[in-house]
Ligand binder design. Structure first.
Ligand code: BTN
Length: 246
């Protein structure tokens, strides 16, 4: 596929590539180990949601063993990498790392960190890209899209994997070398144009909702929401959507 510094394991089907790779990580797999699957029987999304994983799309997980402080920027870096790896569409980023075309979701990222006594031991970055050409499940027709739907051209998941992985290395290396601020700037240039508009954020866990004006992303990758009193509230993990007048 590509010149790659670590093993790439391919499966016809797994429950979740993130789960397989977490096991490999525990067994000492090296950084950049990759697990790819043709389909997933129990694909997982952010916030405990399921990720529909029929054949024909890309399901991959990659192992990172970061030794730098900017860990909270890894999910944003992964989203940016995916968006930059798909020049055939106009991919936009929705905080923290949804990849959209228009208002429909093209790709999602689930970054799962494992900590030990000395801090974060590894991060499994799971990436799902709707490649097509299979129809999206009926319940996702309105909210999701695929490369095939956007371009009319069939792509091979394996080729998409190669470009996504290549771009991920570039973005991650930039982060590792202290390029967090520039990376956030690039992320912002590709973000959905919500800045200055009212949004509602549900913090991870779903217990707290915050409404206010989307102002930006902090150096730690937190979404900054301006409350009614003018103070900026950072949201470190969760979901956000634009509030529109009905
Ligand atoms: C989201 O947007 O909710 C994140 C979706 C992440 C899906 C990918 S597919 C490969 C990897 N394995 C999983 O079970 N999930 C991620």
């Amino acid at each position: 596929m590509i010149d790659w510094p670590a093993p790439i394991e391919r499966f016809a089907e797994v429950a979740s590539t993130n789960d397989v790779l977490r096991e490999r990580a525990r067994q000492g797999a090296p950084e950049w180990t990759v697990v790819l699957a043709g389909r997933q029987s129990a694909g997982r999304g952010r916030q405990g949601r399921a990720w529909a994983s029929p054949p024909g799309n890309l399901y991959l997980s990659v192992l990172l063993r970061p030794r730098f402080p900017a860990l909270s920027l890894i999910p944003l870096a992964a989203g940016l990498a995916v968006a930059e790896a798909l020049p055939q569409v106009e991919a936009l980023l929705k905080w923290p790392n949804d990849v959209l075309v228009g208002e429909r979701k093209l790709a999602g990222i689930l970054a799962e960190a494992q900590s030990g006594p000395s801090g974060v031991e590894h991060v499994v970055v799971g990436i799902g890209v709707n490649v097509g050409p299979a129809e999206l499940p009926p319940e996702l027709q309105e909210t999701a899209t695929s490369l095939f739907r956007e371009t009319g051209e069939a792509a091979e998941p394996e080729e998409v994997a190669a470009t996504v992985l290549g771009r991920l290395r570039v973005c991650y290396d930039a982060l590792a070398q202290g390029g967090g601020v520039a990376l956030i700037e690039r992320w912002r240039e590709r973000s959905v144009p919500w800045w200055g508009r009212p949004v509602e954020a549900r913090a991870a866990g779903g217990t707290m909702t915050l409404r206010g004006i989307a102002r930006g992303v902090s150096e730690q990758g937190a979404l900054l929401i301006e409350g009614p009193d003018g103070t900026l509230q950072p949201v470190l993990a969760g979901d956000v959507h634009e509030m529109r007048a009905r």
